[in-house]
Design a protein around this ligand. Structure first.
Ligand code: FES
Length: 262
């Protein structure tokens, strides 16, 4: 059985795409936990999410269009017969009906959608926890790095496990910040929280090439002072400080992480 079929996973927020990936005038499809959804922008540019299936005859709503000609619009219209749906999924327009704007009872299945930290977040059912708070995301002293907005053929928890594993530095990152001749993982501590845990570690790393410029440090070695936060089930944010006082990064991640590139 696929882990992602566990129903409880439908009750968490997931960052599905950057804000910039969703235009005002066009719906965009996404598959979350095996379910096809459509993202679009409703009134005032507010993000909305519906199941990507028109309840009329099953066409994909993501192939439809934004219909401005409805009260309290815009609405998301199906490309097959033009039925239109509001952000709550309610059918607000049936073009061929005698009274088109009377709409119909029922409609498309709505999901929870929100904008935060420059990303669009979706929860398929009533979320058990808030969208993760990342104080550094709005702090201009931090250089923020969002990584990997792309599909990965890997289990979500495997990505999370890798995110907190400092033992792979000397091998996977041997050409950049890893220290091949010292493969011992740095000691770390774990603080459990209501939403997951916080891992803290001070990991010695190589300081090569462009790293010297970026970190404003000429030594061949430095230390990453890492604070990694895990938010159930598939979200991780990391803060990395350096002895030079340079706070380096913090950003959201589902299939994304926040450490500098390998
Ligand atoms: S299938 Fe969507 S309006 Fe007919």
């Amino acid at each position: 059985m696929l882990a992602t079929r566990q129903k409880i996973l439908r009750r968490f927020w997931y960052p599905v795409m950057p804000e910039t990936a969703l235009p005002d005038a066009k719906p965009v499809p996404f598959r979350l936990l095996g379910q096809d959804i459509v993202l679009w922008r409703g009134r005032g540019g507010a993000v909305a999410a519906l199941a990507d299936r028109c309840p009329h005859r099953g066409a994909k709503l993501s192939t439809g269009f934004i219909d401005e000609a409805v009260p309290d619009g815009p609405a998301l219209a199906c490309g097959d017969h033009g039925w239109a749906y509001g952000a709550d999924g309610r059918c607000v327009k049936v073009p061929k009906a005698a009274d088109p704007l009377r709409g119909l009872k029922g409609g498309a299945r709505p999901h929870h959608a929100a904008s935060r930290h420059g990303w669009i977040w979706v929860a398929l059912e009533t979320p058990l926890a808030d969208i993760p708070d990342i104080p550094e995301a709005a702090d201009p002293r931090f250089r923020r790095i969002d990584e990997f907005h792309e599909p990965w053929a890997v289990a979500g928890l495997r990505i999370m496990e890798n995110s907190f594993d400092t033992a792979h530095f000397s091998y996977v990152h041997a050409a950049t910040f890893g220290i091949p001749e010292d493969p011992r993982p740095a000691p770390s501590t774990i603080e459990h929280t209501d939403w997951g845990f916080v891992m803290r570690s001070e990991a010695p790393v190589s300081n090569r090439g462009i790293g010297k410029e970026l970190l404003k440090s000429n030594g061949d070695r430095t230390v990453r002072i890492i604070e990694g936060r895990w938010f159930l089930p598939f979200f991780r944010a990391s803060r990395i400080d350096y002895p030079t006082g340079l706070p380096t990064s913090c950003a959201p991640a589902r299939r994304r992480s926040t450490t500098p590139p390998a």
